[in-house]
Design a protein around this ligand. Sequence first.
Ligand code: UDP
Length: 492
Amino acid sequence: MTQTTQLDVPSRGASTAHPLPEVAIPPAAPSLLGDTIGGERSAGLDSAHRALRDRLGSRGIVHVNSTDTGGGVAEMLHRVLRYSRGAGLDTRWFTIEGDPGFFALTKRLHHLLHGHDAPGPALGPAAVAAYRAAGECNARALLRSVRPGDLVTLHDPQVAGMTLPLRRAGVRVVWRCHIGTDTDNQYTARAWAFLAPFLETADAYVFSRAQYVPRLLGGRHVAVIQPSIDPLSAKNRPLDADTAAAIAGRIGLGEPPAGDRPAVYRRGDGSPAAVRRRPDALFSVAPPPDGAPLVVQISRWDPLKDMAGVMASFADGGHALGGAHLALVGPDVSRVSDDPEGGRVFANCVEYWRGLPLRIRSRIHLACLPMADAEENAVMVNALQRRAAVVAQKSLAEGFGLTVTEAMWKGRPVVASAVGGIRDQIHDGVHGLLVDDPTDGAAFAARTAGLVHDPKRAVSLGAGARERAREHFLDDRQLRQQAALYGTLAAE
Ligand code: UDP
């Protein structure tokens, strides 16, 4: 049964004294992607940006979401918007404010849109009023920084309540939803019923998958744009195997670097740096030995990522996995402001881990990576994905898994649940392996073990994965689609 909690009216509802926090976006020239995507794609991107600049004139492009750290949307905006700015487009990014009651409500909406229920505030009139107040308050604050005619993209349910007040002020609004399900159920119906009145007036809508578009948007301007990754970011840039191993060792998920060799990498500005921070939390009997195959899942501590399910599948199917180790890695649970569940999910994982017999527990490692330095955090993720023999993504639901694309780009074999956008990312047996039933831990363990024991197949799936990521899931493709959408809106 679902618990309901009392929803406080967000405290921000009473004040519009200051503008919304703005996230710094250092520009990056899109031409930098040229070496990776080739001349033809690079020229196509250049002409798409030129056409958009002409259409926009002095109008700006603004993005708004709920956080600049943790999760795929923040990850993507940090990178994609740099290229947008580097292309000469006046691009800005703001994050909203809300109190814990507001984020508990929006997290519940997040689960419902994924087709799952979760504890949280009841979606009654008090929630509607609080959500509206938060949307109006954040919109008023944003209006201190945008002009009529600017194109504002609002990301996900946390900010949908800003649509109407922004439209009233003459701002063009795109609502982009990064989550969804292929089939409606009572939970998605509740979420859409709640959100529908807030969404009506948007100029356009963006979804990651055609199947996610709700019926209520029939006949409206809808675009399907899949998320993408930046091959030049600290998370995806090449990293040699020795450095990856040294970084994994430094953070306790590999043998300590020999002779205390520093885990040195290059920062985005070209300067050398060493990974110095340790995980904020690490539960591990001893680091995985260098020769042991490592299965890695990197996710927020969210019930839908099913970190506990990966552990259970590993524990039950561990015999088939031989000497393999499992690393479950997520962000520092105190640092993802719009995700109130992280601490509880992580604590449950730790409790489960503590209860495992030592022979299994000693092959499972839980780590929360520090988030204080975004580039250091990214390079840690990069190293662990490269160090992985198999990358797991056993999500129960997934709008579109950036972690999956990140692993594919690194040529890693992925075993993932056949849910949501992951089905667009991986064709089973060509770019990775899919498990039909996301709750089937035995099948997940068997497919993972199959790859651990068949390195040739793992290499061939990894090669297919890399090619697919290059073809479909790099930032230039998304930038072109966005330019086309904004160009159409600007011309209307
Ligand atoms: N991520 C990270 N550090 C972590 C855990 C996750 O940087 O400790 C990143 C991960 O690399 C990916 C994003 O967070 O870029 C998660 O995006 P995804 O689409 O997989 O899932 P979401 O969190 O948006 O549901």
